[in-house]
Design a protein around this ligand. Structure first.
Ligand code: DGJ
Length: 384
């Protein structure tokens, strides 16, 4: 019996090795819109996310969603994944959990916690997370920014505070009229549900309305410049206008310098990046969970002035950003002029099923260009 076993092993083992070697391995690729299994075979759960590259690894932070419509509220927290190659992602667990058992906590279970982003502060050696926060039970009315920190990239992150940006500060580019003209009386009784502004926002002077309490901040992103300065970009003034704010050296607060850009253009989902010394922005319009046509813009200085360019999307599906909404633009480490557009294809009726639309971003002159691909890989950037 033993000899038979030995003989079987003798033949089986090399055959298995031979077979596994000869099995053609499918080359790694991105498949926008398809399920994207993590190391445990589960669809990645990091929506509205962003990526931090740190010490040779990528870390993807995003909203952990649950099934059904309940998943549109924060029931769990911010999920973190890590990767060396951008295709294969390891589940690193919940980096910032929502708080259970204290309904009055800023990030109590059931709050809205969206678009978390993490940056590394080289001075304090802390990882700093910012996110769009809405206190529980108030819809999208509170429009706050949450801050959390950790000594370890994957967390756990400790909640620090939530704020309304730039309380008592005028932006660098405020007009004299907005600064001194006051707020029209009708504004006090106006109800802004979901952020609609019925008139041109500058005539309502929402900036002055919020001067004492701090400005609104909803969809957001972070950006760290080559000089180590950190910036927060967010939809403000009832979503009508983007603000870009310089952060303090520790990235935990607002330094005081900020600008308002694209007034009345209702841009959401801002993703800021730098290429060849210029600053670029990809953003969306403002249509809730439904996709719309993307926007793009360029600036020589991050604090403006910014100049709006065209819809970066080209070809079939370009009017709806290939059914996605921007969440981040990722520079690929080690590749020249290689940027990846990261978008969400939301499924609010079953939030957990949201898909990821990652596409290579190219340029025609200074115009960012996005084209659909069913499947693509990072070699794309070598062939450009
Ligand atoms: C669009 C935003 O981009 C999302 O982050 C989310 O806030 C939805 N609106 C909610 O309708």
């Amino acid at each position: 019996m033993r000899t038979i076993l030995k003989l079987a092993l003798l033949f089986a083992l090399p055959t298995a090795i031979l077979l596994s070697c000869s099995e053609p391995k499918e080359p790694k690729s991105f498949k926008p819109g398809q399920l994207w299994p993590d190391n445990n075979g589960k669809h990645i759960n990091a929506h509205g996310g962003g990526i931090l590259f740190h010490e040779g690894s990528y870390y993807w932070f995003g909203e952990h969603k649950i099934e059904g419509e309940a998943g549109n509220l924060a029931q769990v927290g911010v999920h973190c994944y890590s990767s060396k190659n951008l295709y294969d992602w390891k589940d690193e667990g919940i980096a910032l959990p929502v708080v259970t058992g204290d309904p009055d906590h800023d990030i109590a279970k059931g709050c809205i916690l969206e678009r978390p982003k993490v940056i590394y502060n080289a001075k304090t050696k802390k990882f700093v997370m910012w996110f769009h926060l809405e206190w529980p039970g108030q819809g999208y009315a509170t429009a706050r920014s949450g801050v959390a920190t950790s000594d370890k990239v994957t967390g756990p992150y400790t909640f620090v505070k939530s704020v309304r940006p730039n309380k008592g500060q005028w932006p660098n580019n405020v007009s004299e009229k907005m600064k001194t003209g006051g707020v029209p009386e009708r504004v006090a009784s106006m109800k802004f549900t979901g952020g609609e502004v019925p008139e041109h926002p500058d005539s309502l002077n929402l900036l002055a309305r919020d001067f004492e309490v701090g400005q609104m901040a909803r969809d957001m992103n972070l950006f760290v410049d080559d000089d180590g300065k950190g910036y927060h970009i967010y939809s403000s003034e009832e979503n009508s206008t983007l603000h870009i704010s310089l952060l303090t050296d520790d990235f935990l607060d607002y330094e005081g310098a900020y600008v308002r850009e694209f007034p009345g253009r209702f841009m959401e989902a801002p993703a800021l990046f730098k290429r060849k010394g210029k600053y670029y922005l990809i953003a969306s319009g403002c249509t809730g969970w439904r996709p719309n046509a993307a926007r793009s813009a360029v600036a020589d200085n991050i604090l403006g002035p910014w100049r709006e360019l065209k819809n970066p999307c080209v070809g079939e599906g370009s009017d709806l950003t290939f059914k996605s909404q921007s969440t981040y633009v990722l520079p690929v480490n080690g590749k020249e002029d290689a940027f990846v557009y990261l978008g969400d294809r939301w499924t609010p009726e079953n939030a957990i099923d949201g898909r990821y639309i990652w596409l290579p971003l190219t340029f025609e002159g200074e115009q960012p260009v996005l084209k659909w691909a069913d499947s693509w890989d990072l070699n794309f950037f070598d062939k450009k």
